[in-house]
Design a protein around this ligand. Structure first.
Ligand code: NAD
Length: 414
């Protein structure tokens, strides 16, 4: 593995390029972003001091449609990370076949250290700095780690005020009263559930009674726990940044969520055994869902992973060397660019609804999400079978194929 997630992406693109018989010329446009910008964000803090934050927006590829990708607020945000996340978004949107390219934005900031007023000033100033390059036909931001629907509401308001008219389709993940889509909150987890169902069917496994371990209990992890539990699975362990809990008889996800709300962590829930995040990843189970950060399953622990299936809720939770070890062990991996694509699919639905000004019932969102995720899973599986490769390689191959085909049709000028 390299130290750079972007270099990992490049290696993968070149590998699938060989598999698909593409020339260097076909692949070169996928090697660098269309546009990267770095902006300074000066804001006045509540105590009257001035702070300057650094923000980024990378539009990786727009050959299949406007760029699409979240905005991350995290102290460790760097241009290299944003570039890698934007590149992954390009491939992910192609895998689920929605008419978008890929983008990502970020601000190097710890949002938990800012008041709501400071967060609002930061968001509005960052939006103003990237105003010229975003919009419903250019680049559509969304929430990511450290950002939430209220932040998207400020982005939408800043753009609308500068344009002089309300423009809801300029950002997704908004609150429902401002043109957000029903079902967006749980969309990533619900999409993950649909891919897990499809995988279990192919593998001859059943969700009823399946033992599930989930790392991370935020938006993706907690909703995945609830939905998998509703589907009949037994959630035997979960964790958050402070540590994990284990109950071989199964946990009630709603009770865990209540406990986490009241105490600030899933840890210490009565009737459960305390475990570390490291122990959690190596528990024997039918399904492991990493839903926290990147780089969690590594060369250090991959040999000890005892899951039959891994569905990657997080982006990049498995390092390339760990991936090779898991493949050797016969673990079936539903890769991030497929497993967690439900969020961007419903973001696409939100953009469509905003442009029509006509909003769907939650059941319609779920039905259309299921159709998209099932189709994408089988498209990836078909690619894996045709080329006798694993699901991750197949997902990249499918995404890269769709991007290269679009570029061939449009030409290099695009
Ligand atoms: P979140 O901030 O809501 O939750 C993250 C969870 O991970 C929290 O429970 C946190 O305590 C836990 N965590 C943080 N550091 C940890 C550590 N070192 N060990 C164990 N747990 C840790 O974030 P989220 O929206 O649920 O996103 C989780 C992952 O899923 C991220 O990698 C994100 O990029 C990816 N993802 C999210 C979406 C989405 O729609 N929310 C879509 C696609 C991908």
């Amino acid at each position: 593995m390299t130290d750079s997630p972007f270099d990992d992406y490049l290696e993968m693109v070149d590998r699938v390029g060989v598999l698909l018989g593409y020339s260097e010329g076909d692949l070169k446009p996928l090697h660098s972003p269309k546009r990267s910008i770095i902006v300074s964000i000066p804001i006045e803090m509540d105590d009257g001091m001035v702070e300057i934050f650094t923000g980024f927006r990378v539009q990786y590829d727009t050959i299949r449609g406007p760029a699409k990708g979240g905005i991350r607020y995290h102290p460790a945000v760097t241009l290299d990370e944003v570039k890698a996340l934007a590149a992954w978004m390009s491939v992910k949107c192609a895998v689920v076949d929605i008419p978008f390219g890929g983008a990502k934005g970020g601000v190097a900031v710890d949002p938990s250290q800012l008041s709501m007023r400071e967060l609002e000033r930061l968001t509005r100033r960052y939006t103003a700095e990237i105003f010229d390059i975003i919009g419903p036909d250019k680049d559509i931001p969304a929430p990511d780690v450290g950002t939430h629907p209220q932040i998207m509401a400020w982005v939408m308001d800043t753009i609308s005020m500068k344009r002089g008219y309300v423009e809801p389709g300029t950002v997704t993940g908004k609150p429902v009263p401002l043109g957000g889509s029903r079902g967006r909150d749980e969309a990533t987890a619900r999409g993950l559930l649909y891919t897990v169902r499809a995988a279990f069917r192919v593998l001859g496994m059943t969700l009823e009674g399946a033992r599930v371990v989930i790392q991370g209990y935020g938006n993706v992890g907690s909703n995945a726990a609830r939905l998998l539990h509703e589907a009949g699975a037994r959630i035997i362990a979960v964790s958050d940044v402070r540590g994990g809990i284990h109950a071989s008889g199964g946990l009630d996800p709603q009770e865990v969520a209540r406990h986490a709300r009241e105490t600030g962590s899933v840890g210490g829930l009565p009737g459960t055994k305390t475990i570390t995040n490291a122990e959690l990843l190596t528990l024997e189970c039918d399904l492991l869902v990493p839903a926290a950060l990147g780089g969690q399953i590594t060369v250090e622990n991959a040999r000890r992973v005892r899951a039959r299936v891994i569905a990657e809720g997080a982006n990049g939770p498995t390092t390339p060397e760990a991936d090779a070890i898991l493949r050797e062990k016969g673990v079936f991996i539903i890769p991030d660019i497929l497993a967690n694509a439900g969020g961007v699919v419903v973001s696409y639905f939100e953009w469509v609804q905003d442009r029509y000004g006509y909003f769907w019932k939650e059941e319609v969102v779920r039905e259309r999400l299921e159709e998209k995720m099932r189709q994408a899973f089988h498209d990836v599986l078909g690619m894996a079978e045709r080329h006798r490769v694993d699901m991750r390689t197949a997902a990249y191959a499918l995404g890269v194929e769709r991007i290269v085909e679009a570029r061939r049709l449009r030409g290099l000028y695009g």
